[in-house]
Write a protein that binds this ligand. Sequence first.
Ligand code: IMP
Length: 422
Amino acid sequence: MVVLVVVGAQWGDEGKGKITDYLASQGDLVVRYQGGANAGHTVVIGDDEYRLHLIPSGITAGCQVLIGSGVVVDPELLLREMHRVSSSGLSLEGLHIAETAHVVFPYHKLLDQLQEDLRCDDRVGTTLRGIGPAYTDKVSREGIRMIDLVSGGSFAQRLHARLQRLEDQLSVIPFSKARLLRQFRTYGQLLEPYLCDASDFVLRALNCEKKILMEGAQGTMLDVDHGTYPFVTSSSPTAGGACTGVGLGPTSISNVLGVVKAYTSRVGGGPFPTELTGSLGDQLRTQGQEFGTTTGRPRRCGWLDGVALRYATRVNGLGMLCLSNLDVLSGFDQVKIAVSYEYQGAVINNLPPTAEKLAACRPVYETLCGWDADISECSCFSELPEAARRYIATVEEISQIPVALISVGPRRSQTIKRREVW
Ligand code: IMP
């Protein structure tokens, strides 16, 4: 029995899509357990580039894939994505969707925009995909689930009640209720063949000794419970979310792989102690092509934050790391890793509990020699320059866990394996 959870150890965009695709090529089932179309995975296979938002990356590796109950599904976007995937020659036969996953409606996106506008200077910088409002409805028991779309009268009733409350709140709503009902019934019919009892589906795969990969979206520091609140997403990207987001007990999890980029990036608002706002930040952004897959926004960039990495190791119970985008650091004279923070004259080693305090922290860096060589064709650890190997050793010292995989480019083949992950 192998159930491997893959989580982002930073603020998302760590390159989980590529690593999931790499690992999925040796696996059987890939399950996405939280988030929605706010995520964006880019997978490069040969000359083809796939940009996925909802469909788990394993689809490109020919695996069975499951969108778990913890995901919020925008059916319109999902259908468009399915169309793109199948027109590029990939099969959708292995796609499954949890019948209990919640649905994102156009009013969630409208509310997302209105809430951001009201926040003025304290904007979270959401992706405006309706994620927060959809999870809010779920928790306040006003959500509508995939199964509801195909269950006749109760759907109409629930939608009517929800729209009534929206109308009370906004006085006018820019949708035709009847059209929305018709449209989402059609989506339900189109998606019905893919719906399943997710927990049972995963259990059956487990009982058949399948290799299962649970893919988290976003990253640890965006977790609603453990991230830099309130500058977070509305779900649980941390490893615990894999259990609730699928309906699988924690005793079934074999290991947790944290994907950490060799530097840090963040989109949206919120504190970022190691952010580089000058030419070094620009160099990282350009070399790493750090522009959002979902929104196209330029990502904020900075050095690797070892304090955040240690924290991610703790809250996820990481057993090993994949260090991604190491090739992007080629060409810097020096590279830095924050090993602690300085806060009001004192050195602290843990992540502070408030965004305000984190914003006031100054990173305390360990400076290492950089390297010039292009490492994107290195296929084993010993081919890496000495300075890059030293960098990896420092990441291991800080996190106290082994770096099992090193990614030196977007292709599957640009992955250095140092130990078995499965
Ligand atoms: P939301 O998830 O759209 O509500 O956005 C909440 C915060 O999470 C914002 O700062 C977003 O930029 C960030 N975020 C959401 N999804 C991703 C992602 O896939 N990568 C990086 N940041 C994300």
